[in-house]
Design a protein around this ligand. Structure first.
Ligand code: B12
Length: 623
């Protein structure tokens, strides 16, 4: 399962690459297909049937309400999905009128919103967010709440592991042993599993592949991929199955579990292009197993990793992604959280493109800098990128691009903007960057003129001491100036924020929030999110914990996934309690609320006064 607004790009990249090398390749998005199947009139009938098998005493209020309103759900689901797919925009008026959709418990969140202009909450609770005219967005938000209500029912009545963007995530995430996944795969299939099974066999019947590639970008995609492989292996034992993707590249680097190969013939690491060429030759009998590239296979019951070390395909030669075969008019534009950057992640059909493979900085100590997708930096010329952009727009008819780089290099972005302007391409784009001083106000303006609408970047723990310790290579003053340049050019700025970094004290946390407050007040950033720091085995903190003043807890032994690792920070700060305050403050700042208040007021525990000067950010901007 991945985000539902637009396809995750790995299949588009690999299909484009394989076709460019003369291999016949097709792609299908079973995550979208599964959601459309479950959230249909027939799907709802099946959910209700499952609900009716539960003893009445076990049906909670939510299930009873769904059952009582079932006819309304059944009648509204197809038109609501068509609306969310952008195929029936006029339905917005009825949805926004709030008499069309049945309203379950999720709608209660609407009453929790405080309108800054109407603190008593007498009026329309969504007026502050959407105004009098934002009918489409308002309806999209209400329709999203409605789908969330149905997803809750699905979880309660059918399968507690279901979420729109992750299914059975816990079975895979940092799981040292394969046992939980093996047990889940051996358990009787739930309605979700049965539907996925049918869709998988249908896709195989349509395309009749010799080789089936399954891509798992995140832990929440893994269980589904194994279920698909299980279904296909049972019905078509002759089809070779291969597993790859961001999850594998991150968590399965030391894979030693033979049972994985009951489902997959091969598992590959890192960029897929070169390993795939080698594997396809191997399956065709033209290359021996000993000459595979970055591939795990099972031989005589034992897992072996084989890599003869052939060089990767240069980024300039991987070809243009293709979305051919994906149902681009069926993706769902959801409007879940009222956060401007999250909105770009879940709303709208974005083409995806990489500006450069890897990260040009690759030093941040919290990041998986030892892995290929960070460490191997390989750029392409602006001409090549623009050729790809033009080909993608011609194919999809859509002009929005999400650049999926970890941190797009300023030099490449400048050259790209020039080329976009030279060719007069009318596109919009957004992506992740580092807040480098190279992004001068003039460059920000040029990026905006070339179609940049938003950028995100890491301010992490807004503290110069900790930014230095984490080798981020930016200072708070610099972030202030760079983000202001972007904002002044009309580009939305989202800051990735972090708490719980080694040695972070309560005072650091209070001061970080004060700096974030000032950045909002000065109009430098409009959006942000506080993530809890997690230590991974591939990051500098996980590899040299002593340099960061922490000790690692032993990893549970096991032959399967490795990623997050526990650690002890003698500083002893209560990050759980502080984190709640940080998130609450940020949520309010994004809605223009409480930006003038003393930051201490957001925390439920007693915290010291900030040591940051009140004019710190405005002085940095004036300098
Ligand atoms: C952009 C991005 C996002 C975006 C967009 C996500 C989206 N749905 O499109 C946002 C910010 C929303 C996001 C969110 C999340 N992300 Co993210 N994201 C990325 C990032 C930076 C790029 C992804 C991308 O588009 N890459 C381009 C594609 C083409 O690369 P690729 O998928 O790796 O495919 C290549 C190879 O893997 C291989 N390959 C892929 N599939 C297959 C299959 C076979 C058979 C073979 C042989 C090869 C192969 O070949 C491909 C071409 O070379 C990656 C890191 C990275 N640099 O890749 C993290 C990454 C994928 N994300 C990650 C995570 C954890 C998440 C979240 C779960 C975070 C969270 N806690 O919420 C969410 C999940 C969201 C969701 N359910 O959709 C992790 C996953 C690692 C893991 N532990 O599993 C990564 C690797 C980063 C990291 N180390 O933290 N993410």
């Amino acid at each position: 399962m991945t985000q539902l607004n637009t396809p995750y790009p790995s299949s588009a990249y690999l299909t484009g690459f394989l076709r460019s090398r003369g291999t016949t390749a097709f792609q299908a998005d079973l995550a979208l297909a599964l959601v459309l199947d479950l959230f249909s009139p027939a799907g709802l009938l099946a959910i209700r049937a499952a609900l009716h098998t539960m003893p009445a005493a076990q049906r909670n209020e939510r299930l009873q309400a769904f059952d009582a309103e079932f006819d309304r759900y059944h009648a509204s689901i197809a038109p609501t999905l068509a609306f969310l797919q952008g195929r029936d925009p006029t339905l917005a008026h009825r949805i926004a009128g709030r008499a069309f959709l049945p309203e379950g418990p999720r709608f209660a969140t609407l009453d929790a919103y405080i309108d800054p202009g109407d603190p008593g909450g007498e009026g329309d609770p969504l007026a502050w967010a959407f105004g009098a005219l934002g009918q489409q967005d308002r309806a999209r938000h209400l329709a999203t709440l409605y789908l969330n209500d149905i997803a809750d029912v699905l979880r309660d009545a059918v399968d507690p592991r279901f979420e729109f963007v992750r299914y059975g995530e816990r079975l895979a995430m940092s799981q040292a042993t394969f046992d939980p996944l093996a047990q889940a795969l051996a358990a009787p299939p739930t309605l979700v599993d049965r539907r996925l099974h049918a869709l998988a066999l249908q896709a195989v019947a349509t395309h009749r592949p010799d080789v089936l590639l399954l891509s798992v970008p995140f832990p929440g995609a893994v269980y589904g991929a194994f279920r698909i492989a299980q279904a296909v292996k049972a019905a078509h034992p002759g089809i070779k199955t291969v597993l790859g993707g961001g999850y594998v590249n991150t968590e399965l680097r030391e894979l030693a579990e033979p049972r994985v190969f009951d489902y997959f013939d091969a598992v590959t690491l890192d960029a897929g292009e070169r390993p795939l060429l080698a594997l396809l030759e191997h399956f065709a009998g033209k290359r021996g197993a000993a000459r595979l590239v970055r591939t795990f296979i099972r031989q005589e019951g034992v897992v072996r990793y084989i890599d003869i070390g052939e060089a990767d395909i240069a980024f300039a030669d991987v070809g243009t992604p293709t979305w051919d075969g994906l149902p681009l008019d069926q993706y769902l534009s959801l409007l879940d959280m009222l956060n401007p950057m999250h909105r770009l992640w879940s709303d709208g059909r974005w083409n995806k493109l990489t500006v450069a493979h890897g990260c040009y900085w690759k030093k941040c100590s919290f990041c998986d800098v030892s892995l290929d997708y960070i460490s191997r930096f390989d750029a392409a010329t602006a001409e090549t990128l623009c050729d790809r952009i033009e080909a993608i727009v011609a194919e999809t008819g859509q002009t929005g691009f999400h650049f999926v780089d970890e941190a797009a290099p300023p030099k490449s972005l400048k050259a790209l903007a020039e080329e976009i302007q030279r060719r007069q391409l009318a596109i919009s784009w957004w992506g992740n960057i580092r807040f480098e001083k190279t992004f001068t106000p003039a460059l920000c303006q040029q990026l905006a003129d070339s179609g940049c609408i938003a950028i995100s970047g890491g301010l992490e723990v807004a503290s110069d001491r900790l930014l230095k310790l984490m080798q981020k290579g930016v200072s708070v003053d610099q972030v202030a100036r760079v983000t202001k340049g972007f904002s002044d050019a009309g580009i939305l700025v989202h800051a990735y924020l972090m708490y719980g970094f080694p040695t972070q004290t309560v005072q650091d946390t209070v001061d970080a929030l004060e700096l974030v407050r000032q950045l909002f007040a000065a109009g430098c950033i409009q959006s942000g999110f506080f993530h809890r720091f997690a230590c991974t085995v591939h990051s500098p903190v996980g590899r040299q914990p002593q340099d960061y003043g922490v000790t690692l807890l032993p990893l549970p032994p096991g032959p399967f996934a490795k990623n997050d690792i526990g650690f002890v920070d003698p500083t002893g700060t209560d990050h759980d309690t502080l984190g709640l305050g940080l998130k609450k403050a940020l949520y309010n700042y994004m809605h223009g609320i409480g930006v003038d208040e003393d930051v201490r007021s957001w925390f439920s525990m007693r915290v010291p006064k900030t040591t940051v000067a009140r004019q710190r950010i405005s002085r940095a901007l004036a300098a």
